[in-house]
Design a protein around this ligand. Structure first.
Ligand SMILES: [Zn+2]
Length: 234
């Protein structure tokens, strides 16, 4: 009887030690991944090349140029936090084969497929696609995040970023904005947690002026980074 009790006690002790060891390994693993830049984020600058996106009503700034500027700023900011950042484009060019005589439709399709390939090869913790918004009326303004409604992780990421961006929206646009489901290729083309951030409206003169302002750019990038941190380390 005594021997059986001791054996049971011994097995219990071994189980407790193994569980503690496993818990420690998981904790250490997460910290190690963060410290050596193990978490990958794909930063996608929307449009590019012959597809300039929308243009600023006042200055005529091209959305594709502004998206690239924001993508580089976000890359630097995320890298400071230990993330490894993969960009879908680092120049003004689109991702299509510029030398080939492709129709606009084929160019767009090739460009989108190549962005998708970059995401798949990167195996990222999340994907951030950066854009500037435009509306027929000039009144709408502020930064808004779109998610893939069929991916709960995409929704969580969008909520974390929108929550932080609303600090800036509250201060400058005088209102908070809701994250919304969006029917966009970039957030639906893979199962990775992906969002589109429309940083502001180039159809609104105040937003356009702010979106070109370096101090405002830093504020937006700071809050997007905070949102990614909240999502990744929640
Ligand atoms: Zn766009």
């Amino acid at each position: 009887m005594f021997v059986i009790f001791k054996r049971k006690y011994l097995i219990l002790c071994i189980c407790v030690i193994l569980c503690a060891f496993a818990a420690l390994s998981v904790t250490y693993g997460v910290k190690a991944a963060a410290a050596d830049g193990g978490r990958v984020v794909v930063v996608d600058a929307g449009h590019g090349g012959r597809d300039g996106g929308v243009t600023g009503k006042v200055t005529g700034v091209r959305e594709s140029d502004l998206n690239l500027k924001y993508a580089f700023l976000l890359k630097a900011s995320l890298e400071k936090q230990g993330f490894k950042v993969i960009m879908t484009r680092t120049t003004e060019a689109g991702l299509y084969d510029a030398a080939a005589a492709l129709s606009e439709e084929s160019r767009k399709s090739q460009d989108m497929k190549r962005r998708k390939e970059i995401i798949l090869n990167s195996k990222p913790a999340c994907v951030i696609s950066l854009h500037m918004n435009f509306f027929s009326q000039s009144s709408p303004r502020g930064a808004q995040v779109f998610y893939n409604a069929s991916n709960p992780e995409s929704k969580k990421l969008s909520a974390a970023i929108q929550n932080k961006l609303n600090i800036v929206n509250g201060e400058y646009a005088g209102k908070k904005i809701s994250n919304l489901p969006g029917d966009y290729y970039m957030i639906k083309c893979t199962d990775y947690s992906s969002v589109i951030i429309e940083c502001g409206f180039l159809s609104n003169a105040d937003d356009e002026r702010l979106l070109l302002n370096e101090a405002y750019q830093s504020k937006l990038i700071y809050e997007i980074t905070n949102g990614v941190l909240v999502y990744c380390f929640r």
